[in-house]
Design a protein around this ligand. Structure first.
Ligand SMILES: NC(=O)c1ccc[n+]([C@@H]2O[C@H](COP(=O)([O-])OP(=O)(O)OC[C@H]3O[C@@H](n4cnc5c(N)ncnc54)[C@H](OP(=O)(O)O)[C@@H]3O)[C@@H](O)[C@H]2O)c1
Length: 409
């Protein structure tokens, strides 16, 4: 049965993140997704189907007895995206990883434990996998094999997260920057300037809000985006051109724009200080840097810049990757156990009728086969007989169950 498990997946390991989009079901509502998946389920005569799409992978996991080779895969993805080029279809197995049986199972366990993630150890994948499963289950697409596999994969992933250090040490530059900021013990009411309102500072603002900073002013080239970021942190939005005239001083500034020139020059910095001479925190997340080197050289600043954070992120990732060996060790135990889990389930299904059948035998004995003999018994004897038969019934039900359990172990 395990050999019927198949996975077709496109991940960050084989292709760039933008191209993963070519293999995703492009629908703009859950209802359309359900319809597409049900259509695939029927059209390819799949017994079960699970669909998972995240920012670094798309996965079609299914159960079928039919062989899944590159011809099947090309045909399958042609249905997913009719715009795939002939060349993409001819070279499908360069992009799409085709897995079956134990290999597919092992891949699923690695995915759940975040070993296969772009950022090893990120836990979001486990939630995404569970949600994808629940959705497909509710749409009637999955059955016993995928259910048991997800159940075991989740259990083994939890063991990995709990017993290795795979999720330790942040690896995103923004979370590392915030971690460094928190180490300075900056008070919550500190005056913080955010320069730039792109994706990076958007994330910065969310972290600042999470940590309770309540005096943030955002400067950006365009006001609506500044306002969007300001709303995240209950801050004030200003145009970048107004920065020069800003008179309220600051304790920390986090600078991150797409400008290729330094935005914070020594002249501007001196103006922003408003005569204060204490050390300020300056975080520059832009590439190239947006804070002129001379600012760092001329003023007393606690300077945190992206290159240092990026190196730290790489070191942290390397640290997490070391944990993969320990994680695989834990996963292996679950992989070895999985065939027994499947067997147990098959036995449970086969033995589901046993209690009913034994009950029926008892009832037939009393009401048909020995009816006449039972009728002439006095109440006490009849009651004793029934108690004995009920006892036998319970014991008889237990015998095959126990034998089945022992056979699996
Ligand atoms: N730290 C990280 O993890 C990380 C990750 C990715 C990128 N980066 C770096 O962070 C910087 C911004 O990235 P992002 O992803 O936040 O970019 P983004 O989402 O594209 O936003 C760019 C921001 O920069 C502003 N901007 C662009 N050109 C400008 C200019 N010439 N003068 C002033 N403002 C300008 C934009 O203003 P408008 O809203 O007016 O367009 C917007 O606020 C880049 O240097 C990038 O290399 C850092």
């Amino acid at each position: 049965m395990l050999e019927h498990l198949k996975i077709l997946t496109v991940t960050h390991k084989r292709t760039n993140l933008n191209e993963i989009g070519d293999y995703v079901l492009k629908v703009d509502s859950k209802e359309l997704l359900r319809q597409h998946l049900q259509h695939l389920h029927t059209q390819f005569r799949l017994e079960e189907l699970l669909y998972l799409a995240t920012c670094n992978r798309v996965m079609y996991c299914f159960v079928t007895e039919h062989p899944v080779d590159s011809v099947f895969t090309a045909h399958f993805f042609q249905k997913i995206n009719p715009e795939l080029s002939l060349q993409q279809l001819e070279e499908i197995d360069e992009q799409v990883l085709i897995l079956e049986g134990e290999e597919a199972l092992a891949h699923m366990f690695d995915v759940a434990a975040s070993i296969d993630s772009l950022v090893v150890g990120e836990r979001q994948i486990l939630r995404q996998l569970r949600e994808a499963f629940e959705e497909c289950r509710d749409w009637g697409l999955t059955g016993d094999l995928i259910r048991l596999m997800i159940q075991q994969a989740v259990q083994s992933a939890k063991e990995v997260y709990g017993n290795t250090r795979i999720g330790e040490k942040p690896v995103s530059v923004v979370s590392l920057a915030i971690q460094q900021l928190m180490r300075t013990h900056l008070p919550k009411q500190a005056r913080i300037l955010l320069i730039g309102a792109g994706q990076t500072n958007n994330l910065v603002a969310k972290f600042l809000a999470k940590h309770g900073f309540n005096n943030v002013t955002i400067f950006n080239r365009s006001l609506p985006k500044a306002q969007e970021v300001a709303d995240l942190v209950m801050g004030k939005a200003r145009l970048l051109t107004e920065l020069e005239d800003y008179r309220e001083g600051f304790d920390a500034m986090i600078v991150c724009t797409g400008s290729t020139e330094a935005i914070i020059t020594p002249e501007l910095y001196a103006k922003l200080l408003k005569g204060e001479s204490g050390e300020k925190i300056v975080i520059d997340l832009a590439i190239p840097n947006n804070v002129a080197r001379s600012v760092v050289e001329q003023f007393p600043v606690h300077y945190i810049e992206i290159e240092g954070l990026r190196n730290l992120a790489k070191l942290n990732l390397a640290f997490r990757e070391q944990e993969i060996v320990r994680a695989h060790h834990l996963i292996k135990k679950h992989l070895i156990e999985f065939p027994a889990v499947l067997k147990q389930r098959r036995l449970e299904l086969a033995l589901r009728q046993v209690p009913e059948e034994i009950k029926a035998v008892k009832s037939k004995a009393i009401n048909e086969v020995f009816r006449k003999e039972v009728e002439v018994l006095d109440d006490t004897t009849r009651e004793l007989l029934e108690r004995m038969l009920t006892y036998m019934e319970k014991k008889c039900i237990g015998i095959p169950m126990k034998a089945a359990r022992e056979a699996v172990l």
